[in-house]
Design a protein around this ligand. Sequence first.
Ligand SMILES: Cc1cc2nc3c(=O)[nH]c(=O)nc-3n(C[C@H](O)[C@H](O)[C@H](O)COP(=O)(O)O)c2cc1C
Length: 199
Amino acid sequence: MSFLTAMQERYTTKKYDNSKKISSEKIAELKEILRLSPSSINSQPWKFTFVSDIETKKKFAEASFFNAPKIEDCDTLVVFSRIDNINAFEKQINDNLPEGAVGYYNNFLKEKPASEIKSWFSDQTYLALGVFLSACGVMEIDATPMEGIEPEKYNNLLGDKNYTALVGVCIGYRDEDDGNMPSKNPKSRLTLEEVIKNI
Ligand SMILES: Cc1cc2nc3c(=O)[nH]c(=O)nc-3n(C[C@H](O)[C@H](O)[C@H](O)COP(=O)(O)O)c2cc1C
């Protein structure tokens, strides 16, 4: 499938068929795709948690407002978290990145307010979200990105104080009755003229 076709056909799934499971090979492929996501200076300030246990999924569903039924019926919930402990991040890059990359961080980011540094961590994590949603499209796996979650409750369930949840993504296979698929609800976007500028 071409990338364009995948982007035309992927959509935010609103109703899952809870009898359909994603193969363990495809889940492993998605994990590797996330690991390979690009980030500024290769900073990788993220953690991706795969939740497939039914009872645990229910607990996340209870912390997800109107998104709860999707989490209960999908195959797996993937939680995208960004690092929240700047000291831990600095240790990670000192341990793993070349001098030039650490130098970039020290010169351009380190002295900024913590909120700006953390916002930069979030930017990187959202890039991985884009990679992930695109990969799901190409792999014909249905997905639902969700900011409609309660991060503090998610963090309690995740139990890692160094990270904070940003967004959850349901993955699985659509219910045939899902009214949001493009054949029933055509994609709505701004026009090319509105979003692309040629100089
Ligand atoms: C970061 C992000 C957060 C989103 N949060 C939710 C959400 O909480 N619940 C939901 O049903 N859809 C959510 N969406 C889906 C968007 O509404 C959807 O991507 C947009 O309307 C375009 O439609 P499409 O994905 O079907 O092409 C989210 C999308 C993104 C990228």
